[in-house]
Design a protein around this ligand. Structure first.
Ligand SMILES: Nc1nc2c(c(=O)[nH]1)N[C@H]1C(S)=C(S)[C@@H](COP(=O)(O)O)O[C@H]1N2
Ligand SMILES: [Mo]
Length: 453
């Protein structure tokens, strides 16, 4: 990883001239140039707050003979290493300490209703490490005692049920990889506020392997009518009383899970320990955490929460309600805003693509602001309603470039430009922005967030 290589001073060809985490800090304050000043100042303040002593770039390694990093044997090659970590939970290297989820300084901090963003620009592959999973809490998070937690299944069912966690964990389980994206992800860009990094533009997005029981199994056990026009109300046990309607048409496929596992271990408290709903392809708010109740009804519930949050204001002044499926979208994560290319030459352009409707079929990448496109390599696995990693070669000639990615899913839907999106959705939305993202590489190597009209 580029940041790692800069920090540890190892010699490797392609990434050595690429600043990552430190570069983000170094150019952070600049990235908001020409935009609203308070945002820029807020980011500058946040940068100051997060900088560590190793914040600046390491010297370039000496080329050829005489590189002391090769010639002088370090202590770790001659001495005895640390003993095994017997009683502890493993942690990342201390050199990766700046890879963190972060709160956007562009958003007003409140006591408990808050968001933290995943550092997409520092991650590889498709799985988000659980400790870096984005967070969105409407009323703070809890570490709930699993022995006291219950899941009720009631409403229009023949035999209402109450499950303990132990009872749920005895049932047949499945494990599936899926992305979760908050409907507000990329929301600030609607207002043409260019937040500086991929973390803040797209970081309300994460992907995990979830393990749990298909919701359909529990409804069946409670004697529900599985064929009828039915709706489920999912309710959380936190103070926000998060309540969302999920149509039976989604549940019937067996995709919707009552999950207790995430990336091979129990859910993290921030992610809803001990139980959360997994609703593949659907916006994050429907993935109810601290799940305590499933009620079956014969029409959408239309709770307060559903009527005020995550609805889209359309150009004709009407609200588009129950906008649930996250449409096909992608973002280049390297090079991306706040990073810095130190030299012309070879770079691997990499990023993520996803669709709430199925699999990603193709990703095209442009380095000239959308005039020419080349098709990127999709790395396996390519899974349904899951992040897909793409890569493509690029030789930077040292002149300004605008890097974009455009994804297509297996329904044939193509990710729109801002112009195309605004033609349908207008300019007053906050939610469900899946437009093509542009990163501008300047002649000095700095990468900035720009919006092409
Ligand atoms: N009980 C409960 N469930 C909830 C929320 C919440 O505040 N309380 N937030 C929702 C929203 S808006 C999103 S985007 C996702 C965020 O999930 P995460 O914090 O695991 O990333 O959880 C959803 N489920
Ligand atoms: Mo959300």
């Amino acid at each position: 990883m580029s940041g790692n290589i800069q920090q540890t001073g190892q010699v490797r060809k392609a990434p050595e001239n690429f600043l990552d985490a430190q570069g983000v800090r170094a150019v952070f304050a600049e990235a908001g140039k020409g935009r609203r000043d308070f945002i820029r100042n807020a980011f500058a303040a946040a940068v100051a707050g997060t900088a560590t002593s190793s914040a600046l770039a390491q010297p370039r390694p000496a080329v050829g003979d005489g590189d002391p990093a090769i010639l002088n044997l370090p202590a770790h090659s001659t001495g005895l290493g640390q003993p095994v970590v017997t009683d502890g939970y493993g942690k990342p290297s201390k050199y990766e300490a700046n890879v963190q989820r972060r709160q956007s300084p562009g958003l007003t901090p409140t006591a408990q209703a808050s968001v933290s963003f995943a550092p997409l620009q520092s991650l590889f592959g498709i799985v988000t490490p659980s400790g870096l999973h984005f967070e969105r809490h409407h009323q703070g998070w809890w570490d709930i005692d699993p022995s006291k937690h219950r899941l009720m299944v009631n409403g229009m069912v023949k035999a209402p049920k109450v499950f303990t966690l132990d009872e749920l964990m005895r049932l047949p389980s499945v494990s599936r990889f899926h992305f979760i994206e908050c409907g507000a992800n990329t929301g600030m860009e609607w207002g043409n506020v260019a937040v500086p990094t991929a973390q803040y533009t797209h970081g309300m997005l994460s992907c995990s392997e979830f393990t749990g029981v298909p919701l359909i199994t529990l409804l069946e056990m409670a004697g529900a009518d599985l064929k009828g026009e039915r709706f489920v109300l999912a309710e959380g046990a936190d103070g926000s009383s998060m309540t969302r309607t999920i149509p039976m048409s989604l549940i019937r496929s067996g995709e919707v899970l009552v999950a207790y596992g995430q990336n091979g271990e129990m859910l993290r408290p921030e992610q809803g320990y001990p139980l959360r709903l997994v609703v593949p392809g659907v916006q994050g708010v429907s993935w109810v955490k601290y799940l305590r109740r499933i009620e079956l009804g014969d029409q959408p519930y239309g709770t307060k929460d559903e009527n005020v949050h995550y609805v889209d204001l359309m150009p004709d002044g009407q609200h588009r309600q129950y906008t649930s499926i996250q449409e096909c979208k992608s973002v280049v994560t390297t090079p991306s805003g706040g990073q810095m290319l130190l030299d012309k030459g070879f770079y691997n352009i990499t990023g993520l693509a996803w669709s709430g409707r199925g699999k990603v079929k193709r990703v095209d990448v442009s380095v000239d602001g959308g005039r020419n496109w080349r098709t990127a390599r999709l790395e396996s696995p390519v899974l349904s309603k899951c992040l897909t990693r793409f890569n493509i070669d690029w030789v930077w000639d040292g002149t300004p470039a605008i890097i974009q990615s455009r994804a297509m899913d297996d329904t044939g839907y193509v990710q729109p430009s801002y112009k195309q999106l605004r033609a349908v959705r207008g300019t007053r939305s906050i939610y469900h922005n899946n437009a093509i993202q542009s990163w501008q590489v300047q002649a000095n190597g700095e990468v900035a967030n720009v919006q092409l009209s």
